[in-house]
Design a protein around this ligand. Sequence first.
Ligand code: AMP
Length: 428
Amino acid sequence: MQFTDLALAPPILTAIAEQGYQTPTPIQQQTIPLILQGKDVLGGAQTGTGKTAAFTLPILQKLSSEPTPLVAKQVRCLILTPTRELAQQVADNVAAYARHLPLKTAVFYGGVSVNPQLEQAAGGLDILIATPGRLLDHLHQQSISLYQLEVLVLDEADRMLDMGFIHDIRRIMAKLPPKRQTLFFSATFSPEIKTLADSLLDNPVLVEVAKANSTAAGVEQLAYRVDSQRKRELISEVIGKKNWQQVLIFSRTKFGADRLSKQLQLDGIDAQAIHGDKSQGHRTKVLQDFKEGKVRVLVATDIAARGLDIEELPIVVNYDLPHQAEDYVHRIGRTGRAGNVGLAVTLVTPDDLPMLKEIELLTKQVITQQVFAGYEHDPRFNHSSKGTHKAADEQDEVKPKKKFSNNRKLSQEKARLRAELTGKKRPR
Ligand code: AMP
């Protein structure tokens, strides 16, 4: 199947060709005709499958073929995303695909001044891409209205629920007209997701391109066994020895992300951290520098990294294992996108083995385990007998003997880290 078989208008086909896309991906082949027919769609698609174009292209087709004069503050199509980064990325894609169409689009998220958004909203919008918090602010201020909405897209719905946005979503839903087209995308389908989908969709068509919880085929997966006290040393050495040039590293905590990036800098590796405590300006700048190859290593927390699409990102490292096995799938989905090959390396301490098993059960694959030469297990390092996996920054540094010499300090540190972990900020 070709894009020309999909009944898309010439300005859209031109924009697709300019992006260098040759053929539609499976989700695009299945979803585009359904959306053009006006059907509600329940899409099970993991990241990297081309799902953004799968919903954006037919929306552009519909909005441009039924031009309606914009009404002040009214939005014709709303695309809701869980994070600012994803909102920006979807907005970039929409702008690229719509570049030959006279449609007015905008992206609203928190952490940036509201004034330009108020100006953009005033004249009405064909497409608004937004995160839930900032959108609610606009709805409360009545600077935007969804009263005349024609199409609603919920992107990465599972992540919205994980991030605690269910109440925000319900509040937004209460402002929507009952007659509309709804497109709902999620990589995983928990009972909560199904309930939310049921309440939003009208007789939807289910489209699934890859089994939920499966990993992209082009990603080689590898685990390095290592004592937790030597993880920092190992990752520096591997990056240097293997001459990796563009590496996205996942850290479980914000504190850990900062610490690891500083450590790598000390080792002469150009590294930066992004997480929820960094200003939006910083996050955008660092991400841009990383995409352009000006920063070699980006250390990110799960939330900050959500939705990152870096063309041909070759390597993802799980410095810490994620809290939930599902996050492993999201993390390594940053590489091997759109048919490219990628490498996902996971550092695994003895305490991490139960979580690794969980990941293998979920993804139905066995991850090859190796030991990097010189990093064989040292019996002097004590690991927790409980088998609970901990982020590297929850562990002691190399001197294990000192481990219990200052229990009070250690528990204070742990309590602080735990507070940091549980005190996730929502993007507004
Ligand atoms: P997504 O799953 O929407 O995040 O898309 C993942 C990546 O695939 C993005 O970098 C898109 O630019 C790219 N992409 C989307 N559709 C196609 C296509 N038909 N051919 C090649 N690349 C595509």
